[in-house]
Design a protein around this ligand. Structure first.
Ligand SMILES: C[S@@+](CC[C@H](N)C(=O)[O-])C[C@H]1O[C@@H](n2cnc3c(N)ncnc32)[C@H](O)[C@@H]1O
Length: 445
């Protein structure tokens, strides 16, 4: 026995908030079992209660606009279509042979009388219970606190959304063979400045990192030209940069070369010889900033931080279910929304690896994800998403990480551009926001 739907609410004669629930099962039409329950008895189906309350709020605002008032036309009754009993800890339906039990045609429920009563009945205990459940889930997440804030109404983020700490690989999605995941072998934890990887030429993790063409010289330019001509060359000879500042106030923030040009970030991994203290590891350590999921006036939920963020500071990853392109298309068709804002294609390496669209994977953050799933769109965003790879040989599964694109004031809403495309940006040559600090790259070749 399980609940399939909530159809009505009321305050009973004891002053208790109750919800009329529909139970699943094979029953004769018109005699589907229904019963009234308090929110404490509905803890296993809070999502359904939330869905009911959201619909009720929506239809209340619709009817206030059209000024339609439905007057009660039939009497309200308490017991419907059978008797529920608790047996062995489960709710069961006892066949109703007692002529004295009130029944009602279930197709008529909720009756106009019930609806009228529901409209004027408070649901604050249920709303508080739902909020407590969201807060409980947020407290279970690793990292600094994530606060839930709603000064607009009594709603909570959807309970059908599950917070996860790592993306979930769905059917048909595979990471590259684990044997391809290698670490840098020539780096050591103490090579000079005690920061792990010190020299871009030694760090194998940078093999496929972007070439810093501005730093080509008489020796490296001919190697670069051969590389561009498609010849086999030793890429470690070409000038590269580590992605993060290794010292100073901006330690851990993205250097402008990556921040502005959106080059894929290759972090060191568990097979690297540089050790866990290496400064080429930021995203893999997870979120280090506090976050607030808050209700906006007109854009649903949004995200902010109570602390100021520095330009280039890592916020969190965008996670979700990683699905195949075919599954993404199926989900897109199934959703009523024409623009599915939760799907994110993992296509960063598609062109250079000649991957066909149908071979790509997609991250769906609608029902499983992290707090960044609540970030809203802006055409002038203060955050941007970057590609972060721990396995340079895996071109289909990687992380999407949000970093502050400029300094961000405490409690400023965090936004990114949903239509952001790296390629367009490079073509247009959009000027980056000014850097307050000069860049100090980590590579000291
Ligand atoms: C990824 S979600 C962001 C979180 C969302 N606000 C929520 O409450 O779940 C994307 C959805 O948020 C809303 N949204 C995001 N940015 C918006 C904006 N700038 N203006 C209006 N609605 C926006 C749209 O409904 C969009 O489909």
């Amino acid at each position: 026995m399980y609940v399939t739907k909530i159809v009505c609410n009321r305050i009973n004669s004891d002053g208790l908030e109750q919800f009329l629930v529909v139970w699943a099962g094979k029953y004769k039409r018109h005699s589907v079992p229904l019963s009234w329950h308090s929110i404490n008895e509905l803890s296993s189906c809070l999502e359904l209660v939330q869905e009911y309350l959201d619909n009720k709020t929506r239809s209340a605002s619709d009817s206030s606009r059209s000024l339609t008032v439905t007057e009660p036309t039939s009497r309200d009754i308490d017991v419907y279509n059978g008797v529920l009993e608790v047996k062995d800890g489960f709710i069961k339906i006892k066949a109703c042979t007692d002529a004295g039990v009130d029944t009602i045609n279930s197709d008529d429920v909720p009756t106009p009388a019930m609806l009228s009563r529901a409209r004027s009945s408070a649901t604050s205990t249920a709303e508080d219970r739902i909020r407590m459940e969201v807060v409980r889930r947020l407290r279970g997440l690793p990292g600094p606190p994530i606060i839930l804030l709603n000064k607009i109404d009594r709603s909570s983020p959807p309970l059908k959304f599950q917070f996860i700490t790592q993306s979930i690989l769905r059917e048909g999605v595979e990471k590259a063979d684990p044997a391809t995941m290698t670490g840098c072998q020539k780096c050591r934890p103490h090579m000079g400045q005690n920061i792990g990887c010190e020299y871009t030429k030694k760090c194998d993790c940078l093999e496929y990192a972007a070439i810093d063409v501005k730093r080509l010289n008489d020796i490296t330019k001919p190697i670069y030209d051969r590389y561009i001509a498609g010849k086999d060359v030793d890429l470690s000879q070409l000038p590269k940069r580590f992605p993060y500042f290794s010292n100073g106030d901006n330690t851990g923030c993205l250097v402008p070369f990556y921040l502005n040009e959106r080059h894929p970030i290759y972090e060191c991994n568990k097979y690297c010889m540089c050790g866990p203290g290496c400064k080429n590891r930021i995203v893999q350590h997870g979120r280090q900033v506090d976050l607030v999921i808050f209700k906006t006036k007109d854009r649903g939920w949004g995200l902010k931080s109570t602390q100021g963020l520095r330009q280039g500071q890592f916020i969190d990853t965008y996670r979700g279910e990683i699905i195949t392109d075919a599954e993404a298309t199926r989900r897109e068709k199934a959703t009523s929304s024409s623009l599915n804002s939760y799907l994110y294609s993992l296509d960063k390496f598609a062109e250079e690896n000649e991957l066909k669209p149908e071979e790509l994977y997609v991250v769906d953050g609608e029902y499983f994800g992290g707090p960044t799933r609540f970030m809203n769109h802006s055409c002038e965003p203060n955050c941007r998403q970057y590609t972060v790879s721990y396995n340079k040989h895996d071109v289909r599964v990687y992380e999407i990480a949000f970093f502050a694109y400029r300094n961000i004031e405490p409690s400023e809403e965090l936004t990114f551009d949903y239509l952001d495309k790296d390629e367009e940006e490079e073509e247009e040559g959009a000027p980056p926001p000014s850097q307050e600090k000069p860049e100090v790259a980590l590579d000291v070749n």
